[in-house]
Design a protein around this ligand. Sequence first.
Ligand SMILES: CCS(=O)(=O)c1ccc(CC(=O)Nc2nc(-c3ccccc3)c(C(=O)c3ccccc3CC(C)C)s2)cc1
Length: 243
Amino acid sequence: LSATELELLMQNVVFAHQETCQFRQENLQILRWETFTPEEMQSLQQKPMDQMWERCVCHITDAIQYIVEFAKRLSGFMDLNPNDQIVLLKAGAMELLLIRMSRAFNWYNSTVFFEGKYAQLELFHSLGCHDLISSMFEFCQSLCALNLSEHEMAFFSAMTLLDPSLHWLQERHKVDTLYRKIHLAFRNLLQRTHREFILTKLPEKEKLSSICQLHLEKLNIFRQMYPSIAWERFPPLYKELFI
Ligand SMILES: CCS(=O)(=O)c1ccc(CC(=O)Nc2nc(-c3ccccc3)c(C(=O)c3ccccc3CC(C)C)s2)cc1
């Protein structure tokens, strides 16, 4: 991989992230002291479970549409065979959402950006999945502590998405080659910015996949309680990826 190729790949990963990041980091920062009033909190906490699930699923589906766009702009992703593109997105969409969501987390007061303001964990009470939400908050907290730049976030996202160890991949070697190139470019960036230490501090794959597993478990419990809601009210993209 020549220096120019490395530089071009770095630009591709960073631009793909910047063009698909949904909310800009600085805007999320400006809003971070806008919290919900106790009255607003109460009204959201008292929403029926099915209504809160539908709202949240629609929000994360919006965010996942940007993540799909990020993947499509990564050089090499569209050259993979369609089956593998789907396999990577089914496994990685939620993982990338968790990574990105940490940008919208205010770790001083443990709040997350939701429907225009920053919300405490309690706001999500009616979802009935306290363990999922609290592990989400913990994860965001740990990732915030690393204070990743948007460049680092872009590379961490790309490497999380292009997981060559995934089952069902038909052209594993092509994913592996892409992964290695991006990892090399990431190392190069970290060396130049004296940030190599974060490589040992990034959350393990297992942590990410355990939260995604929890999300699927809670989704199945919800579907048992409200069988028709998921089919009638959840967006097609969410159903394709998680149901
Ligand atoms: C992600 C790109 S961004 O530009 O940074 C951005 C863009 C837009 C927003 C606004 C936003 O949609 N915030 C949401 N927050 C949470 C949330 C909730 C519990 C803890 C932590 C964050 C949402 C969820 O529904 C969620 C997210 C992760 C796992 C589980 C769930 C709930 C289950 C039932 C789907 S939606 C935030 C950030």
